[in-house]
Design a protein. Structure first.
Length: 379
């Protein structure tokens, strides 16, 4: 495979913008109409996902150690769409046809490189899907409680019909009958429980059909489907260091799951949880955070606002507030929230002396393709 030539080819095609995914899906659905049922009725939120994911693959195509786990995750996850091995050749044919159409420098050598690359990608994904065949492609579940905490945030309690195994800090994709075939990623806010109950924090976002439906329309009794868990925010099993947890917005959910894990399973350690928001009204889970702090002597919760100087809580960007309470050089650090907040906090912690190897992150961003290794779509 000529990887530099493939990257250049992908860039040339990508320069045509929205025309590229539109062409791809038109070709796929015309040549293999049976694939249409795997996608939502409206493709407005879907069209760019394949090529965004392909861009991530191309960025790592010469780093197999990083790429193979991504492809395996994709292969396992795509089972929830009804994808089977027979679909991969159809997607590959449409992909190569699309790249050829939008690349004026396309030739036989490029075609051969892309065919070989896609064949390897498909092989890894199909193999991972086959290995996961003893697990369901998705878990059915029911909303058993729905609490509107603010105008745009709701907390849902969800009961799967069969146990869903996951690690605290991981995420699962969620589909609702109210938005069929649109899957979005959310992190459970609790460690696995004996009764299997899951808590999700959902923020409605402009242009987010799934999050808006879950916040504003979902009701007790609604049917949901949950995909297999993904993510790497889980606690390091080889470390018993004290923890520094930093959350922004609904990035609080995986941090609460880590607190719950320490409470249920240990080991005993100090945990400092910092929660940032723009205004005090944005602290949608403050009552439960107080409860946790009262129940656990090893937990300290600090809330901070970035826009309200008159607030009773601390003021400042959450990264600044965290450093005021340091030093943190002996801690394992976990950071979850929107991309600018995560990037700023990680930079500050590293400059403060926390090794990058002991900082784990989860990015909550509506623009990110799903699934990825270190980020997820939460709308």
């Amino acid at each position: 495979m000529d990887i530099p030539a493939m990257r250049a080819s992908f860039a040339r095609a990508g320069a045509h913008g929205d025309q590229v995914p539109l062409w791809f899906y038109s070709h796929l659905f015309l040549t293999h109409p049976e694939t249409r049922d795997m996608f939502p009725v409206s493709m407005a939120h879907q069209r760019d996902r394949l090529f965004a994911a392909l861009g991530e693959v191309m960025a790592r195509v010469d780093d197999l150690e990083a790429l193979v786990p991504i492809l395996q995750q994709l292969g396992r996850d795509h089972r929830k769409f009804g994808a089977v091995a027979a679909h991969y050749p159809a997607v590959g044919a449409s992909l190569l046809t699309t790249l050829e159409h939008f690349d004026e420098e396309w030739d036989d050598a490029l075609a051969a490189s892309w065919a070989e690359a896609y064949g390897l990608i498909a092989e890894v994904m199909i193999g991972a899907a086959d290995q996961a065949s003893d697990q369901p492609p998705f878990w059915t579940a029911e909303v058993v409680a729905h609490e509107r905490r603010t105008i745009d945030v709701a907390v849902l309690h969800v009961q799967p019909t069969q146990p869903l195994g996951y690690l605290p800090g991981q995420a699962v994709s969620l589909e609702s009958d109210r938005r069929p075939r649109l899957w979005r990623w959310y992190s459970p806010a609790n460690a696995p429980r004996a009764d299997g109950l899951l808590e999700f924090h959902v923020k409605a976002r402009a242009g987010g059909p799934v999050s808006s439906a879950l916040v504003r329309q979902a009701q007790v009794g609604d049917a949901l489907r949950l995909g297999p868990p993904v993510g790497h925010l889980a606690l390091d099993p080889d470390s018993d260091r004290d923890l520094l947890l930093v959350a922004g917005g609904t990035g609080l959910a995986p941090m609460k799951a880590l607190v719950d894990q320490v409470a249920r399973h240990g080991p005993a350690r100090r945990v400092d949880l910092f929660v940032g928001a723009r205004t005090a009204d944005d602290f949608y889970d403050r009552a439960d955070l107080r409860r946790l702090e009262q129940e656990h002597s090893w937990l300290t919760v600090t809330c901070a606002v970035s826009q309200e100087k008159s607030s009773s809580v601390e003021h400042g960007d959450i990264g600044d507030v965290v450093l005021r309470h340091g030093p943190w050089t002996s801690r394992d650090a976990y950071v979850s929230g929107n991309p600018p907040m995560v990037e700023d906090t990680v930079t500050r912690l590293h400059q403060h002396g926390v090794p990058m190897a002991r900082i784990r992150t989860e990015v909550f961003a509506a623009s990110r393709p799903s699934p990825t290794v270190d980020g997820k779509v939460t709308e």
